[in-house]
Each structure stands twice: as structure tokens, then as C-alpha cells.
Ligand binder design. Structure first.
Ligand code: PHE
Length: 473
């Protein structure tokens, strides 16, 4: 099959698709929860610094490598190094990582879909019961929701780059913005909402310590969909007429803006529910925020606006998070899909069937690791605790391999592919990048502190996660 490589139809389509990948559950809930716990605007400030000063150059690297080679990550690393085994390994990591993260992201998306469905059929009161979630994740109905989510993702991916991924992003992303703004406006009209706004926007630097800084960095890196081969793959579909640096800046900006605005939705909602909220009592986990806490807040609205309207608000919220999750899931699955298509020379349809089969096996296994099956629930033991299959995927791929992949791509573009090639790839479609201040900054940072920071995060995570040892207290 030597059909010409598919391309995005326009620069806007590319930006929306990449932003669709970046804007996910991490923005809608992960960021607001982290900001609430860690000093509000102080956290936001540190997060934004990381997004623009550390993550953005890494995004440029991924997009440039993809666009230059017009290949999936494995093909890209192989082509630029004439199949050097060590770098091919980095290529493999960049397709296995998204596959495994997709498994874990799929499970959460399935839960969101289940909550959306139950809200739509009038079961908000049931969802608001704090014990509901624990039972819900072990019901077999999970697998029906999983089939539905898989079908949606499959159909989008089957449409290809322009008619599937780009079209979905062009519909889902604007709808997502509108729903988000609508919810923010609604939440701000609630009693005591401004106590939440104040809490969010007045920075509390006393909460900032080494762990918070490291959490902000991890959140920024994940939120921009880095280290998963996604930006390499999407970059490989970008026309050479379109500029990378300007597009990447817009993606980073959109992602950060959505995270910030999501904070304006979640934090005031928490305060309007309980004006005396002690944020120290809120759970650290964004999962318990979405699935246990927020449904209670939505249900409480019924005293002022009635059950139907309260369900409507909850429905819009879950639909919003669901849209955010779907565009992310599509992007992450397109990575192994592109790899199968490129490396095995098969059609999109065949490749998707192969990928789908593998995905379903892993997703089903990880969906059973919350008590349904003993074997997957207590899969292994490390750092002094039993870990489920789901935990292992999270610890190994999300927490550990992501920064490693980030480190590898930095070292790769600067020292193996070489700066001059990297720069000329970034000038393609954006001449003004040459000798700009931004170019000098990217050059300098990528050859010095960015890889060092990513390597340190990797080492620190391995020490904490697998040896129970923390360097930073
Ligand atoms: N950027 C996504 C988020 O913030 C993370 C993600 C992207 C996860 C793509 C999986 C796939 O939630």
C-alpha cells in the first residue's frame, strides 16, 4: 500500500486535533484538584511556567520529528538513525507507552460514559450516593459501556485523519468550549461561589514545596500529551506549508486556558456546596472528585433548581468531560494504529481491527482490577504494597516512562538528529522562526536543563515508586 500519507486539511484542523488531545480529564479535573490542594494561583503560576518553558520545546521536538519523517514514532526514530537499535528501542517505547496509557484512560472514560448515561436516564440521585462508585466499577454493565466507547473511538479513527480525527475535533472542541463557559457562568451565579474564586485566585505560596513543584511538572507534561508519541504522530500528518512553532504555542495556550477555566468551574462549585470547605479535607484524587464528590454537589442543586435541571447540569458536565476524554483517547490510539499501518503496511481498517483486539483484552483485564478479579486486583507487590493491574500500568507508564520518553526525545533531537536539522525542520512553513528569540531559547533549553530536569524526574519517580525512597522529602 503506497497511498500518499494522510494529512490534516488545515492548520486549524491540526491545532484543534492536537488541542483535543491535550485537553482531557487532566484539564477538567486533575488540574483543578491539584490547584485547590496546592495553593491555587501559586500552583497555576508554576504550572504555566512549566508548560511554556519546559514542555513547549519538547512539543516542538515531537512535532518536528514526526513531520520530518512522516512516520509513526518507531518509523521516525528508525529512519533518522538508520535503524540504530538503541534508538529503535526509544521508538518502541513511544508506541507501547500510548497503548498502555490508552488502556488506563479507556477505563476512566468508560466510567465517565456510565455516569453520563445514568445521569441522562434520571439516576443522578443514585450516583450521588457516596458508596455508589465502589459498586459501579465492579458491575458487569461496565463492559457494555466499554463496547459503546470503543465503537465511538473506532468509528472516528476509521474515518482517517481528515474525515475522522480532524472532523471530530472540529465538532467536539468548540462544543466543549461552549459547555465549559456555560457551566462556569452557571456556577458563578451560585451562592458562595465567589469564596471559591477568591480561594483559587489568591496565591498561597506557603503550600509550595518540592513535591508540589514536581506534581505541577508531571501534570503539565501529561496535560500536553507529551512522551506518548502523539505529537510525533499528529506532526507526521501536518502539511509542510504549516508552521510548527506557532501551532504548538496555540496548543499549549489552549490547554492551559482550559485547565484554568475548568478551575473556575470546579472550585467555586465546591465552595458553593460547602462555604466552609477545608481544602485539606478534599481528597487528592481527581477520580474521587469526579465520581463521588461532584455528583453530590449536582444533586444538592435540586433544592434550588429542581431535580431535572440539576440532572441537566450534571449531564452537561459529564458530556463535557466525555468529549475531552474522547478526543484524547482517539489521539493516543492513533499512535499504535499509525505504527501498525506504517510498519506492517496494512490498511487503516485492518490495523484498527488488530489494535482493537489487543486493546479490548487489556482494557477488560484492567477493568477487573478493582475487586472483580482477585488476580488482577492484587497483581503484584512493590514498594511495600499490593498493586492492581491498573496501578501497575499507571505507575510504570504514566508516572515513570513518560518523563523518560521526554528525556529521550530531547537528547535525540539535539545530539543525534542534531540542532541544525531540528531547526530547519521547525523553519519549514514558518520562516520567521529562524534566529528568533524563541529559537534561541529552544536550542539552549533543549540542550541543557530540559533533559536534565526530565531525567531527574525519572530517577526520582523510580526511587519513590519502586523502592519506596524519596529524595525530596
Ligand atoms: N492530555 C490529556 C489530559 O490532560 C492526557 C491524555 C492525552 C491522556 C491523550 C491520554 C491520551 O487528560
Amino acid at each position: 500500500m503506497n497511498a500518499p500519507r494522510e494529512e490534516f486539511g488545515s492548520r486549524l484542523g491540526f491545532i484543534l486535533a492536537a488541542a483535543g488531545s491535550a485537553v482531557g480529564i487532566g484539564n477538567m479535573v486533575g488540574f483543578p484538584v491539584a490547584a485547590t490542594k496546592n495553593g491555587g494561583a501559586a500552583f497555576l503560576l508554576i504550572y504555566a511556567i512549566f508548560v511554556f518553558l519546559i514542555c513547549l520545546p519538547v512539543m516542538l521536538a515531537e512535532m518536528a520529528v514526526g513531520r520530518k519523517t512522516r512516520k509513526d514514532p518507531l518509523g521516525a526514530y528508525s529512519e533518522l538513525t538508520s535503524n540504530q537499535p538503541g534508538w529503535r528501542l526509544a521508538g518502541w517505547l513511544s508506541i507501547i507507552t500510548p497503548f498502555m496509557i490508552a488502556v488506563f484512560y479507556m477505563v476512566i472514560t468508560v466510567w465517565i460514559f456510565g455516569y453520563l448515561f445514568n445521569t441522562a436516564i434520571g439516576n443522578l440521585d443514585m450516583l450521588a450516593n457516596p458508596d455508589y462508585f465502589g459498586g459501579f466499577i465492579n458491575e458487569t454493565s461496565i463492559f457494555i459501556y466499554m463496547a459503546a466507547v470503543s465503537a465511538i473511538v473506532y468509528l472516528i479513527l476509521l474515518g482517517g485523519v481528515k474525515q475522522g480525527i480532524e472532523k471530530a475535533a472540529k465538532i467536539l472542541m468548540p462544543t466543549l468550549f461552549i459547555m465549559l463557559l456555560g457551566l462556569v457562568i452557571f456556577v458563578l451565579t451560585l451562592d458562595n461561589a465567589f469564596a471559591g474564586v477568591e480561594y483559587y485566585l489568591v496565591p498561597d505560596f506557603s503550600k509550595i514545596n518540592a513535591n508540589v513543584v514536581s506534581a505541577a511538572m508531571g501534570q503539565a507534561f501529561f496535560s500536553l500529551s507529551l512522551g506518548m508519541g502523539i505529537m510525533i504522530t499528529y506532526g507526521s500528518y501536518l502539511s509542510s506549508r504549516d508552521g510548527i512553532p506557532g501551532s504548538a504555542k496555540l496548543v499549549a495556550l489552549t490547554d492551559t486556558a482550559v485547565a484554568f477555566i475548568a478551575g473556575l468551574m470546579i472550585i467555586p462549585a465546591v465552595f458553593s456546596f460547602n462555604p466552609n470547605t477545608d481544602t485539606a479535607d478534599l481528597s487528592d484524587s481527581s477520580l474521587s472528585m469526579i465520581f463521588s464528590f461532584l455528583p453530590q454537589i449536582f444533586l444538592a442543586l435540586q433544592t434550588s433548581i429542581g431535580y431535572f435541571a440539576a440532572s441537566l447540569v450534571a449531564g452537561v458536565f459529564f458530556l463535557l468531560v466525555f468529549f475531552a476524554a474522547i478526543t484524547s483517547l482517539v489521539s493516543i490510539l492513533e499512535v499504535p494504529n499509525a505504527a501498525i499501518m506504517d510498519e506492517r503496511n496494512v490498511s487503516r481498517k485492518k490495523s484498527l481491527i488488530m489494535l482493537g483486539a489487543g486493546m479490548i483484552v487489556f482494557a477488560v483485564i484492567s477493568a477487573t482490577s478493582f475487586g472483580m478479579l482477585n488476580f488482577t486486583t492484587e497483581f503484584v507487590n512493590y514498594a511495600g504494597a499490593p498493586k492492581s493491574f491498573f496501578d501497575v500500568i499507571y505507575d510504570v507508564f504514566y508516572d515513570t516512562i513518560l518523563p523518560l520518553n521526554g528525556f529521550l526525545i530531547c537528547i535525540f533531537v539535539i545530539y543525534r538528529w542534531k540542532k541544525a536539522n531540528f531547526n530547519s525542520a521547525l523553519e519549514e512553513g514558518e520562516e520567521s522562526y529562524r534566529n528568533s528569540f524563541f529559537q534561541k531559547y529552544v536550542d539552549f533549553s533543549m540542550s541543557t536543563f530540559i533533559p536534565i530536569i526530565l531525567l531527574l524526574i525519572f530517577i526520582n519517580t523510580v526511587a519513590i515508586k519502586f523502592f519506596g525512597y524519596s529524595f525530596i522529602g
